[in-house]
Design a protein around this ligand. Structure first.
Ligand SMILES: N[C@@H](CCC(=O)N[C@@H](CS)C(=O)NCC(=O)O)C(=O)O
Length: 222
């Protein structure tokens, strides 16, 4: 049992440039939790070793251990764990229905916006050599993403944050891709509520530290 003065120590495996690691680190920052982070994945490697695969058989980042806990993977599950263990209302309410309302938007953002942006758009624009880029495929992916972002736009025109008037876990799942969305050279239809929302997130210290991170090391040049 933890004695007085015991401080929980989170250990994260994952490189700063991973969008999923960014979501996790942003959440850790918002909750003000102590952590140590080991670079892993992409140029750092280390995700195909027996030791890493024993923690996460998928060989992906992030992985989290809380003190001596079993390793956790799947960013959505990790975020919910941290929010439940260390968070409180309104970020992650204990009451089931209030929490499900936030979770509904978090899940929506993860499976629609994140998955509609990262590989279909970001990879095609930044992680594909210029000569190999497919402008028509990029246009189609941006248009498909915008049909999803129209839902966020309508919601954010009604409320300050994705799940209402308070900053919640749902904002982590939507917001962590918006730095890249607004930064890369793609056609962006006018979405004033989304832009206002992004500008608000960009004032949060934890967002600036963990999400507004250069992605230059991911760029594929040829
Ligand atoms: N569904 C997983 C996806 C994890 C994932 O695909 N992570 C990427 C980084 S965002 C990864 O490990 N890429 C390989 C690498 O970095 O070497 C999650 O949400 O955590």
């Amino acid at each position: 049992m933890a004695g007085q003065g015991w401080v929980p120590m989170l250990t994260v495996w994952g490189r700063k440039t991973s969008s999923n690691v960014q979501a996790l680190m942003w959440c850790i920052g918002e909750l003000g939790l102590p952590y140590r982070r080991h670079d892993a994945g992409h140029r750092f490697g280390g995700t195909d070793t027996p030791e890493f695969l024993a923690m996460n058989p998928n060989g992906t980042v992030p992985v989290l251990r809380d003190g001596g806990s079993e390793p956790l993977w799947e960013t959505g599950a990790i975020l919910r764990y941290l929010a439940g263990r260390y968070g409180a209302a309104p970020f992650w309410p204990a009451e089931s229905l209030a929490r499900a309302h936030i979770d509904k938007w978090a899940e929506w953002a993860k499976i629609n916006v994140t998955l509609g942006f990262t590989e279909p758009v970001f990879w095609r624009v930044v992680r594909t050599a210029p000569a190999k880029r497919d402008p028509a495929a990029i246009d189609r992916a941006v248009a498909a993403l915008d049909r999803i972002l129209a839902v966020a736009e309508a919601q954010l025109a009604r409320s300050a944050f994705l799940a209402g008037e308070a900053f919640t876990l749902a904002d982590i799942q939507l917001g962590h891709v918006l730095f890249r969305y607004f930064d890369i050279p793609i056609a962006r239809p006018d979405r004033p509520a989304l832009r206002r929302y992004y500008d608000t997130l960009a004032m949060r210290p934890a967002f600036r530290e963990h999400v507004m991170v250069s992605y230059e090391e991911l760029r594929v040049l040829d």
